[in-house]
Design a protein around this ligand. Structure first.
Ligand SMILES: C[S@@+](CC[C@H](N)C(=O)[O-])C[C@H]1O[C@@H](n2cnc3c(N)ncnc32)[C@H](O)[C@@H]1O
Length: 219
């Protein structure tokens, strides 16, 4: 990000910053999207590491990242695992950024990045060994439809991993809450997963002080 753009960001009002954060977390775009996704990479690395720990490690696995942002998690996983990676994100700009970050994997067809919505995914039934998503569930307009799609595209026995901040994180102050977003307690997210067939869903604590958790379940 250029210094001029950074200055503009720093000098803006708190209300503008809040609006900017709302749009840039939900659908990062342009230079600001580049800046905010980079910041997420720093603040959320514990969630990324946790997802790595829970991802199945068998060679040749097909793994989907829902809401891949700038593609940092995909890159970390691709460096460590012998798997084929897929990603879906509603932001065209994130596809450009994530493709740049993962140029070799994309060129060699080890990674396939798409623009699209979790609520209507372009993948076959039972295609994935694992679907993971980090910090996206708050933005899903219809969580039941999204969960149906995740279940549909997972193989029997496939794993779903959802890294998230619990509702308590957002409830600390109104300044962390945005209209149209949905926040979940650990119990609420577990109940949502169980309702969609992840009967063995478990909540793993990533960093309790920072309200970071992972839900892990098998279809
Ligand atoms: C807060 S960012 C998190 C990015 C990345 N997962 C990370 O942790 O760095 C949320 C991402 O989810 C994407 N997103 C939001 N709603 C989505 C939806 N309905 N379907 C697919 N992607 C979505 C956004 O475009 C954005 O890239």
């Amino acid at each position: 990000m250029k210094l001029k753009n950074m200055k503009a960001l720093v000098l803006t009002t708190p209300k503008n910053i809040k609006n900017l954060m709302k749009t840039q977390f939900a659908k990062p775009e342009g230079k600001a999207g580049q800046f905010f996704t980079l910041a997420m990479n720093v603040f959320n690395f514990k969630l990324y590491n946790a997802v790595y720990n829970f991802v199945p490690k068998q060679p040749g696995a097909r793994i989907l990242d829902v809401g891949y942002g700038n593609g940092d998690t995909l890159k970390r996983l691709d460096e460590k695992l012998d798997a084929t990676f897929y990603g879906i994100d509603i932001s065209q700009d994130m596809k450009v950024l994530a493709t740049k970050a993962n140029a070799r994997a994309v060129a060699t067809e080890k990674m396939f990045l798409s623009v699209g919505d979790v609520e209507a995914m372009p993948y076959e039934d039972g295609y994935f060994d694992c679907v993971y998503t980090i910090n996206t569930i708050y933005f899903w307009k219809d969580a039941d439809r999204a969960m149906d799609e995740i279940v549909r595209t997972l193989k029997d026995g496939g794993r779903f991993i959802c890294g998230f901040y619990s509702k308590a994180y957002f409830e600390r102050s109104e300044k962390y809450q945005y209209e149209g977003e949905t926040y979940y307690t650990t119990g609420e997210l577990k109940a949502l997963a169980q309702k969609h067939g992840f009967e063995n869903a478990k909540i793993k604590v990533v960093d309790e002080k920072r309200f970071m958790y992972c839900l892990v379940g098998e279809k």
